[in-house]
Design a protein around this ligand. Structure first.
Ligand code: SF4
Length: 212
């Protein structure tokens, strides 16, 4: 099976969760309907945060947030990392590792006098294993290559639900570990064989109705 041109963290996570789901979603391109409420809330917070960090006057947008969005937005505005100097917001960053491309869209990059921070705002919870989440691995690897340094870059999950920050600092060894994990997964994806993919009959899975 061909490896897609660029593997995103969502694609890698789906592959890890279930190879068959990866095949249905990203090879057959079948999208199943999902509840849009948490998604819409996240979208509104991300949009206003992007405008704010870009220096756009958001006073006309703020009243359009509902009560729960306003509470999340107030938490984000007072977050110590969100208050640092913005470098770039809502942008795409890709990286090539061992012939495979990885990448996606970052919420924001900010900096202080000696360090860059990739920010990811979570209106739900941050991932359990944040250090080895595909989002962390892809974006730290990409920014490290882009800035041509292995030090002085961190990934920060701003967990607005639990009001906490989870910080992962890059270093040479960790980035090497990420490269190995990412390229190993990409190789597995390119070797994926449709005939070996069986359905697990999990009726809680959104793909169960079309998975055989
Ligand atoms: S039903 Fe099972 S095998 Fe099929 S896509 Fe869902 S989790 Fe994967």
């Amino acid at each position: 099976m061909d490896t897609p041109k660029i593997l995103s963290p969502a694609m890698l996570k789906t592959y890890k969760q279930c190879k068959k789901k990866y095949f249905l979603r990203y090879v057959r391109n079948i999208m199943m309907p999902q509840s849009t409420t948490p998604f819409e809330r996240g979208k509104n917070i991300h949009a206003i945060a992007g405008y704010y960090l870009s220096g756009i006057d958001i006073s006309r947008f703020e009243p359009s947030l509902n009560e729960s969005e306003q509470a999340l937005w107030n938490k984000l505005k007072s977050n110590e990392y969100f208050k640092l100097t913005p470098v770039k917001t809502e942008f795409t960053l890709n990286v090539q590792l061992d012939g495979y491309w990885f990448g996606g869209r970052l919420d924001a990059v900010v900096k202080n006098s000696n360090e860059y921070f990739i920010l990811d705002y979570k209106t739900g919870s941050a991932p359990e294993d944040a250090k080895y989440d595909y989002q962390t691995m892809v974006y730290l690897s990409a920014l490290s290559k882009y800035l041509q340094t292995t030090e002085g870059i961190s990934f920060v999950y701003i967990d607005l639900k639990n009001n906490q920050n989870i910080l992962i600092k890059s270093d040479k060894n960790l980035l090497q570990e990420y490269e190995t994990q990412l390229t190993t997964t990409a190789k597995q994806i390119s070797a994926l064989n449709e005939s070996s993919l069986k359905c697990c009959n999990n009726n809680k899975c959104e793909y169960s109705k079309i998975c055989f």
